[in-house]
Design a protein around this ligand. Structure first.
Ligand code: G6P
Length: 598
């Protein structure tokens, strides 16, 4: 923020509003014309930061940040703002600079570094250009931005110039709040809505220079660009939607933060798993896990079943609640039931719960809704921590269900001393998955373009995959069909040729997931078979298996968690297809968020 009023309290309030995203450290830098500048940053919560502030600080310009560590541990030194060695420039950053190491080697070999962050490379570079080459700060900022590869939302402060604030955006979200005699910059309107309802949404490549009484926006070459102001809606539901046009997009974007909240809730830094010991012991007594759910939750259960088998050595299978309630398979001697339900209210799942409770079997509900029926009536509850999911098409609850099942599988596997569980560094792997998910949501424009090429006027589409990519294909297909009304099927890639390939005609989109080493080559040939029959094929491939002709590259994650990154492009494909058809993305026809009838 830059303005006439003291900013410290406003910055702290803004940071508080973003707490729901998950973070492990926070910091602010405040500056005033009288030289009353100070910086505080710390590991831990906003409250910890608040306790370390100088109450009398009255600077009228300042920047603040909450950080979730991905590269470089959560330490005070790695928290933002990052600052230059001469203590002149202070920078906060969301995103990842992929060529930071190369830039550091090329330009900053003689500069002492105090953190492990890519952000510090950027701020040191700006300072170096000012110090050694006598660039103006603005020139150094542009020059540096033009050297960067990767994603960023930056806000830069110059300790020697309290009347100027610099910002720039590429891929990571950033908007300007326009106040009276003040400007605000934030990654989410939520953080600024107490101060102003007027916003300017920035586009990739925008560079902003703000003073208390005016701002300029240019592209990376320094040429002026015009961005319209808009007024954020004021009613409560709109505020919680922020500046997003639809909840579905907001909820897709929230998924990396949800992963971090799951880590916070269940996976302490010491490598242990924080799950009710009574639950783990009860599960250990079971000889088979029956995962019962509906819709998207069922698809998450299919992924979870593999996790329990691979990580904990417990045989597990997922079932559709609407089938299981009335056509129960022959149960094992010591069954344990896991009910997966975002809402905790689905009638089909409730029916199963009532029946198996009557039979005397233990039940765990994993739900997003504390106090819901399924939670109250089960023996155990684990919460998804996804935050309210409003769009009918489930997105963040799906990835949260996979994350929380992985937590329980890990807890059980450790209790059973399974080598696969001890080797599964879940806290670290979920953080890597969260970073991968972030990269994918930051690159959503690429998906939007692909949708423009593949989806207009299509009646049918197919998702195919093998192994873990098969249940992923089912969920991807459900997403597309439920919001865009394109008839879509998810198929085991090898099965398509046994009948369904007859449906492939000129330009039918066939989308393949390829994340599994063992079957990658087979899935590729299956995709080619459809192409030979006229299909318009699109490949979604893990980085280590990707070829130059692949359409979407997924950042590499632990193979047991590949669905977490794989689903993101599919959710975005569904969203943009529906948007392109002018449909109400959040409320597709005929569907309800919570189905309380059988
Ligand atoms: C409805 C929703 C789906 C959801 C399913 C199961 O059909 O539209 O998005 O997956 O119910 O809901 P639950 O709350 O039990 O996860």
């Amino acid at each position: 923020m830059i303005g006439a009023k003291p900013v410290q309290e406003i910055l702290m309030n803004g940071l508080q509003k973003l707490e729901y995203r998950g973070y492990d450290s926070a910091g602010i830098f405040v500056n005033s014309a009288r030289g009353g500048r100070h910086m505080v940053k710390t590991v831990g919560k906003i409250a910890t930061l608040a306790s370390k502030l100088t109450p009398a600080a009255d600077g009228t310009m300042g920047i603040g940040h909450t950080r979730w560590a991905t590269n470089g541990a959560p330490t005070d030194a790695n928290a933002h703002p990052q600052y230059s060695v001469d203590e002149r420039f202070y920078l906060v950053h969301n995103g990842v600079i992929t060529n930071a190491a190369a830039l550091k080697a090329q330009y900053l070999a003689d500069v002492p570094f105090q953190s492990q962050t890519d952000t510090e490379v950027v701020v040191q570079l700006i300072a170096k250009f000012v110090r050694d080459d006598h660039d103006t700060p603005a020139a150094a900022f542009y020059r540096t931005l033009n050297l960067l590869k990767g994603s960023y939302a930056f806000v830069l402060a110059d300790a020697e110039d309290p009347d100027t604030l610099y910002a720039a955006k590429n891929k990571s979200p950033l908007l300007i709040g326009v106040g009276e005699g003040a400007y605000y910059v934030g990654s989410d309107a939520m953080a600024m809505i107490d101060q102003t309802k007027q916003f300017i949404a920035l586009q990739d490549g925008d560079v902003v220079i703000m003073h208390q009484d005016g701002l300029t926006i240019t592209d990376l070459a320094g040429d002026f660009v015009h961005r319209d102001e808009f007024t954020a809606q004021l009613d409560a539901s709109e505020i919680s939607k922020g500046t997003y046009p639809y909840y579905m997009l907001k909820e897709i974007d929230e998924q990396p933060a949800v992963m971090r909240r799951i880590v916070d809730a269940y996976l302490p830094a010491d490598g242990s798993v924080s799950v009710d010991p009574a639950l783990v012991q009860a599960l250990d007594q079971a000889d088979r896990l029956y995962i019962v759910a509906a819709g998207t939750s069922y698809h998450a259960g299919l992924v979870g079943a593999r996790l329990f088998e691979e990580v904990a050595g417990l045989p597990a299978e997922a079932y559709l609640a609407s089938e299981f309630g009335y056509h129960m398979p022959l149960l094992s001697q010591h069954p344990f039931f896991l009910l997966l339900s975002q809402s905790g209210e689905t009638a089909d799942s409730r029916e199963v719960l009532v029946k198996v409770k009557k039979m005397g079997y233990p039940v765990l509900t994993m739900t997003n809704t504390a106090g819901s029926t399924l939670s109250r009536e089960a023996d155990y509850t684990m919460l998804l921590h996804a935050g309210p999911e409003i769009a009918v098409a489930s997105t963040k609850a799906y990835t949260a269900q996979i994350g929380v099942q992985a937590v329980l599988a890990k807890a059980l596997g450790m209790y059973r001393q399974q080598p696969a569980a001890n080797d599964f560094a879940l806290r670290h792997q979920l953080s890597i998955a969260a970073a991968g998910m972030q990269t994918l949501v930051d690159e959503k424009d690429q998906i939007k373009n692909l949708v423009g090429q593949y989806m207009p006027d299509q009646h049918d589409a197919f998702y195919i995959g093998r192994g873990a990519d098969y249940p992923l294909s089912l969920e991807a297909a459900l997403k597309l069909k439920e919001v865009s009304y394109v008839h879509t099927e998810g198929f085991a890639a090898g099965e398509l040729k046994h009948g369904t390939i007859a449906l492939i005609s000129e330009d039918t989109p066939v989308l393949a997931f390829i994340t599994d080493d063992a079957t990658a080559a087979h899935t590729r040939s299956n995709l080619q078979e459809t192409e030979a029959r006229g299909a318009h094929t699109l490949s979604i491939v893990s980085e280590h298996l990707a070829e130059p002709t692949d359409n979407i590259v997924l950042p590499d994650v632990d193979p047991r968690l590949s669905a977490l990154v794989g689903i993101i492009p599919a959710q975005l494909i569904a969203y943009y297809t529906a948007l392109g058809k002018g449909l109400d993305v959040d409320k597709p026809r005929n569907l309800a968020k919570s189905v309380t009838v059988e």
